[in-house]
Write a new protein. Structure first.
Length: 310
């Protein structure tokens, strides 16, 4: 399962109850309430002696951040989870609790899956809340409603909803090889699958074909969905695909890539062994696309190949 994904397996977002002010307040004041605190840099609090978030309970919230509005994240059988955006006061809260701060990328690699997913959810919501200050229709001031999941204009009454920017990411293959590219500012030897944002009036499949053509000059025919991954860095959804190319002709067109190459499974394995090839980060759907392709086409386990480097 992709990093930050699968949260619905454990969390009920309780969207239908976000407008029930009394119910939300009762949940926030209960012994089952747990509050995730984000600081000004959108880092979360974590315990100092392990890999887990440092949640506030209702009493700690009342003591440290009593006036901050809490945004409902959802409920499980045991707890109700909320977001508190502490901003510049994050330093003081971390010090009072003896907690450390952890950025989302590190959380995706180190925290339990459900905690990393909750952090990603909270960070995406907090980013939207911070950015949405004025109405797009009239310029009026906005007020958060629905437990932080909508913003209502105080002048014209228009409602604004959180948005997510869709992006496609794809592993393209042709006759036993996959197409990977690298950007000039990446670590030496790192290659990744091609990606880009979806444009207005464009299907996801058409976005795949356009992006591959723009970046590498490769013509893509068949496109198939693989999986998706929330990517709140700051507000995207990565939609992963596999695709088949007409041929291997490469022509870098838009200047985004420094290089694009075709790799066979054997070449990737050899590159990992001698250090000339580096994968995208493990928390990315790009890594999962590459791992799936190597398993299907070469019978290779990417995690095992990397472990042999150590």
């Amino acid at each position: 399962m992709n990093t930050f994904s699968g949260l619905s397996l454990v969390l009920d977002r309780a969207a239908e109850r976000r407008d029930e002010v009394e119910w939300v307040a009762a949940r926030a004041n209960s012994s089952q309430a747990r509050f995730l605190v984000l600081d000004a840099e959108q880092q979360a609090l974590a315990i100092t002696d392990g890999d887990a978030l440092r949640w506030l309970d209702a009493a700690e919230r009342e003591s440290l951040l009593p006036e901050l509005p809490a945004s409902l994240l959802g409920i499980t059988e045991q707890n109700t989870f909320f977001l508190l955006h502490a901003g510049a006061r994050g330093d003081a809260v971390a010090s009072a609790l003896g907690a450390r701060r952890i950025p989302l990328r590190e959380a995706g690699l180190r925290l339990p899956a459900h905690e990393a997913g909750l952090f990603a959810y909270a960070k995406g919501l907090a980013h939207w809340q911070r950015e949405m200050r004025h109405c797009h229709a009239c310029g009026g001031a906005l007020q958060l409603v629905a437990s932080g999941h909508r913003a209502q204009c105080m002048a014209c009454g228009k409602l604004h909803f959180p948005r997510t920017d869709a992006a496609v990411i794809v592993i393209v293959e042709h006759d036993g090889a996959c197409l990977l590219g690298r950007q000039a500012n990446w670590p030496q030897g790192r290659y990744s699958t091609l990606a880009g944002f979806v444009e207005p009036g464009e299907s996801l499949e058409d976005a795949v074909r356009r992006e591959v053509a723009e970046e590498a000059g490769v013509r893509v025919d068949q496109v198939h969905y693989h999986s998706s991954q929330p990517w709140p860095l700051p507000a995207s959804l990565m939609v992963g695909f596999t695709a088949t190319a007409h041929d291997r002709a490469i022509q870098l067109r838009d200047g985004e890539l420094e290089e694009a190459r075709w790799f066979t499974p054997a070449q990737i394995a050899e590159g990992l062994a001698d250090g000339s090839f580096a994968t995208p980060p493990k928390l990315s759907v790009s890594y999962r696309l590459l791992a799936h392709w190597l398993s299907e086409r070469g019978g290779l386990d990417l995690d095992s190949l990397i472990a042999r480097q150590r």
